[in-house]
Write a protein that binds this ligand. Structure first.
Ligand code: SAM
Ligand code: SF4
Length: 351
């Protein structure tokens, strides 16, 4: 593609108008290596103009590996007999938050399977306790689909943000990835209810999930354009042992990086993490994601004796610069590319 062609696409990305499917399609399929690099340079320029060279950090606490759901891609699915199960108690979660706070973290992310034992009342009590101990810190939840009443209870208890990927915006593809008991309508209901309750909402999709086509990604981008989430998490699909997709190939690192750049250019203020899945597939995945326009990393604060058990996919990285124990490695990595850890809350700012 010539420079003029790319300029034209970029102009449409930065316009206030809805981006037509054709533009997303061209960006996903027509860029050669040189154009992709140009896109990445522009995307990181946009990220730097918003966030400087700081990368926000969030303390990730994986609170349960039990899940009542049976998503075909996930190692925690309820029918995976290979999965090792654990759940953290309230005190363990509070302890992890204290550890993170002592290291200067200002955001906690509580993520887990949809564990019936960690229901709305239980979790609201935990959130309220975190809020009482850490009045000024951000509390993010990522605990799946709940009722509107549940989301409200958690919000009232003090949760500020919620991560719930839409996974795929195509109804047939959604049905391919999930059991009959789950529906795309319910996922969308959850996302819009979370927004209406005033949560900062994160959504996103896996890249290269089984059956995914370019057209599905175009639908994903159009859905994100409509939802306008404050955070967008994307990472490559990675097969997980004991799941129906255990033998499927992993998603592409290059395509994930390209999508990060596209998303940054379309949503300049959005918080975009360099995901663990990307770091798992590629040693310098975190830095490459940041150089493509990402601006968040989520070091792992899950207690060490449980960490291995939160195996959503195979060989998940959890003990290098992804871990609370090695923040120095993360700082070193970022320093090498001219970035640094920013410990502030890093709320979404529409500017
Ligand atoms: N249960 C909550 C949910 O589904 O939103 C939160 C935990 S879930 C493990 C978090 C995310 O992990 C999902 O949104 C999904 O995109 C991602 N994930 C699950 N299995 C994966 C896999 N095999 N490869 C890459 N990402 C995966
Ligand atoms: Fe459960 Fe989330 Fe995994 Fe689905 S993706 S099986 S809801 S933990």
């Amino acid at each position: 593609m010539g420079e003029n062609g790319l300029d034209n696409l970029l102009q449409q990305l930065s316009s206030g108008e809805r981006v037509p499917a054709e533009v997303w399609r061209c960006l996903l399929t027509q860029l050669d290596a040189e154009a992709t690099e140009r896109l990445a340079v522009m995307a990181r320029g946009v990220a730097q103009s918003r966030f400087g060279k700081g990368v926000y950090v969030r303390a990730l606490i994986e609170i349960s590996s039990f899940c009542r759901n049976n998503c075909n891609y996930c190692g925690l699915r309820c029918s995976n007999t290979l999965a090792q199960r654990y759940r953290l108690g309230k005190e363990e979660i509070l302890l992890s938050c204290r550890e993170a706070a002592a290291l200067g973290f200002n955001t906690f992310v509580l993520q887990g399977g949809e564990d019936p034992v960690q229901g709305d009342w239980w979790l609201a009590d935990v959130v309220a306790a975190i809020r009482a101990e850490h009045p000024s810190k951000a509390i993010t939840l990522s605990v799946g689909e709940r009722t509107a009443a549940g989301y409200r209870m958690l919000r009232d208890a003090g949760a500020d943000r919620y991560l719930l990927r839409h996974e795929t915006a195509d109804a047939l593809h959604y049905a391919h990835l999930h059991p009959h008991s789950m529906s795309i309508e319910n996922r969308h209901r959850c996302l819009y209810e979370l927004k209406a309750l005033g949560y900062q909402v994160g959504s996103g999709m896996m890249v290269g999930s089984p059956g995914q086509t370019v057209e599905h990604l175009v639908e994903d981008l159009m859905f994100l354009d409509e939802l306008k989430p404050q955070m967008i998490g994307i990472g490559p699909f990675i097969p997980a042992a004991g799941t129906p997709f255990a033998g499927e190939p992993a998603g592409s690192v290059e395509r994930t990086l390209l999508l990060i750049s596209i998303l940054r250019l379309r949503f300049p203020n959005t918080l975009i993490p360099a995901t663990t899945a990307l770091a798992t597939l590629c040693n310098d995945g975190t830095c490459r994601a940041i150089l493509a326009g990402a601006n968040v990393v989520m070091p792992n604060f899950t207690p060490l004796h449980c960490r291995e058990k939160y195996a959503i996919y195979d060989n998940k990285k959890n003990n290098g610069s992804e871990s609370a124990q090695h923040l120095d490695l993360l700082a070193e990595k970022l320093d090498k590319i001219g970035y640094y850890i920013d410990f502030s809350r890093g709320d979404y700012n529409a500017r």
